[in-house]
Write a protein that binds this ligand. Sequence first.
Ligand code: UD1
Length: 448
Amino acid sequence: MGQETEKYVIRGGKRLEGEVVIAGAKNAALGILAAAVMTDDKVTIENVPNVSDTRTLLKAIENIGASVEFKDEHTVVICGKGVREGQPVDDEYIRKIRASYYLIGALLGKHKYANVALPGGCDIGARPIDLHIKGFEKLGATTQIVSGGSIIAQAKELKGAHIYLDTVSVGATINIMLAASLTPGKTTIENAAKEPHIVDVANFLNTMGASIRGAGTDVIRVRGVEKLHGAEYSIIPDQIEAGTFMAMTVATGGNVLVRNVIPKHLEAISSKLSEMGAHVIEYDDSVRVMADGKLKPTQLKTLPYPGFPTDMQAQIAAILGIADGTSVVTESIFENRFRYVSELARMGAKIRVEGNSAIITGVDKYTGANMTASDLRAGAALVIAALAADGISTIDSIKYIKRGYEEFDKKVSSLGGLMLHAEDERSVMKAKFELASKKIDDDDISTK
Ligand code: UD1
């Protein structure tokens, strides 16, 4: 049963109710797993989300000689002692994840040499890595792109430097932090990204003996140390998985306690959902989201943290599509992030894209349709829309969704949502039949 035939089959109309536990942050995990090979000691990392991106990176780390041992589904012990100097990082999977680039910073710092297959990831725009390269070169490395599409970064000596990032970049900030941790002297990263996962990676590096100050502000100062040592660390919760479940609750007029979150990281999302008419109550490490199905339109622009995250843009647009009025969603980070629009149109959404804005005219209801996920968050948006729709939908190319959501169908089902995973056409038919036989109460109808 190939990945290519897998689908989600969803019947909309059920209010989501209950509790959902959020996994560790995928984007923090990717930086932390790469950083773990920078020491020869054992490192134990807890709360690693079991999603395909983290599994792919772990395979790549293993392939270059590190030992990777799972204590349980979410806890991994890594030992980077066996990582071979000069070993290229390249395999059939690594090019598919963008975060393979963190191995450039990690290996350049550790061995002053990295040879890494150029990153792939979701096709949401040009996504260059010029800022990463500029940072490494400022630290004294030379870089070259070699045939077959790999990058080699190397140096005789690295030396701390002052680096100004022209654009706020999560990846470049983390990558430079990684290399600078083992670079003699002081490195300053100005106009650094401030996302919670930047702080998490910095905290992890500091637990391994690095000296990084200012993560979470736009000036990060790194004092290079000679060696990093073993550590135990637990990854922060995934703000985007949390936000996705919050949006899903609002879409279905539900009432859900979203557990294992840091409410502060969710502020931009919570306040947008509140503006739309939802109630969000914050507790110490959970948020309750309640909605009655009546949604107000709003304006939204994606921005680097603490602004509204681009990784939540599609999910919010999916619910604005059934709000009572016209909304405008502007994407300012990536240029290719409206690919879900044509899929939502199959469900009856009225969305017009003009430049980097989507003008969304709310419709009364979506109707079930067959759709394709074009990237990770676009896929999540289609799931949300399908859960709010009349009738049954299918979503294919769910390999993208699995990159970032752990047991998505099971978590949605535990909240009462009618969502099944189907491996092939036969199980799609079976799933449709099973979902059609479920009872949906009259008062279960979501939105308006
Ligand atoms: C990371 C996240 C991704 C999220 C994004 C923005 C990971 C693995 N992925 O992606 O989920 O959507 O942050 O929050 O953590 N840019 C350049 N040159 C560079 C690097 C980036 O011009 O060298 C530009 C990009 O094209 C984009 C902007 O900077 O317009 C921000 O990108 P960046 O923050 O680097 O995103 P990623 O690290 O790729």
